[in-house]
Design a protein around this ligand. Structure first.
Ligand code: SF4
Length: 231
């Protein structure tokens, strides 16, 4: 991605943190030109995947939700019980809270963004993904991001942050610090601004942190403005 001098100056004014390389990135390979057909082929690849043992316990894969035509992406950790049942990302109580948060910011999941998870299959008992599972599934997320080429990424929760940033640290220590993800794109790579915040499921259990999540969303809106996604 080529940034203009004005964009670089604006980005630096946000006090950028270090630049990160996406962890567990799949080997470089030719990337399809984004077309409806190539997006459908990614869906099919996920639906048929048996690359880790989670395929045996899933009811169905969860490719994501929202729109692939949106300007930005949100990445969470893994499907839970409701997602496994419905085949959609971020449904149930946490999904409803996410929708309220998006709505409060003037965003709509069906029009503005694509929502993906690190894992496409539910870990039994909603446990955290193992490193092996996350590694096996990394190619699917990378392919989605390659196709989407989002202008910014909101990372929700510690597991997603750990996977994307390669840092096993608390959300409290990451939030408020804009990051840059480097996504391999065939023989090239592109950079995407990213911000970490709390997962809605965590916020349902820790109401006192909702105000911090609100701060994070406002900072993310500023990033979207810098990337000309918002007026
Ligand atoms: S979690 Fe990912 S790698 Fe494992 S079976 Fe599901 S789609 Fe494949």
């Amino acid at each position: 991605m080529n940034w203009s001098a004005a964009q670089i100056q604006a980005w630096e004014s946000l006090a950028l943190g270090p630049r990160w390389q996406m962890k567990n990135a799949a080997p470089k390979q030719a990337v399809d030109t984004p077309t409806k057909a190539s997006w459908e082929s990614l869906k099919q690849a996920v639906a048929n995947c048996q690359a880790c043992p989670l395929w045996q316990s899933r009811k169905q894969t969860v490719f994501g939700s929202g729109t692939e035509l949106g300007q930005w992406a949100l990445v969470g950790e893994a499907p839970g019980a409701e997602e496994d049942l419905q085949g959609e990302a971020f449904v149930g109580m946490a999904g409803q809270l996410l929708d309220q948060m998006l709505l409060a910011m003037g965003w709509n999941r069906s029009q503005d963004l694509f929502i993906a998870n690190v894992l496409k299959c539910r870990p039994p008992g909603n446990r955290n993904p193992t490193p092996e599972e996350a590694s096996a599934c990394a190619g699917h997320l990378q392919a989605q991001l390659q196709w989407l080429r989002p202008k910014a990424i909101l990372i929700m929760g510690r597991v997603a942050a750990q996977h994307l940033l390669g840092q096993d640290v608390s959300i409290a220590s990451l939030r408020g610090k804009p990051q840059v993800l480097t996504i391999d794109q065939g023989l090239q790579a592109f950079e995407v601004p990213a911000l970490v915040t709390y997962h809605p499921a965590y916020l349902l259990r820790n109401l006192e942190d909702k105000a911090k999540a609100w701060e994070d969303l406002n900072l993310f809106a500023e990033i979207l403005r810098q990337r000309q996604c918002l007026p």
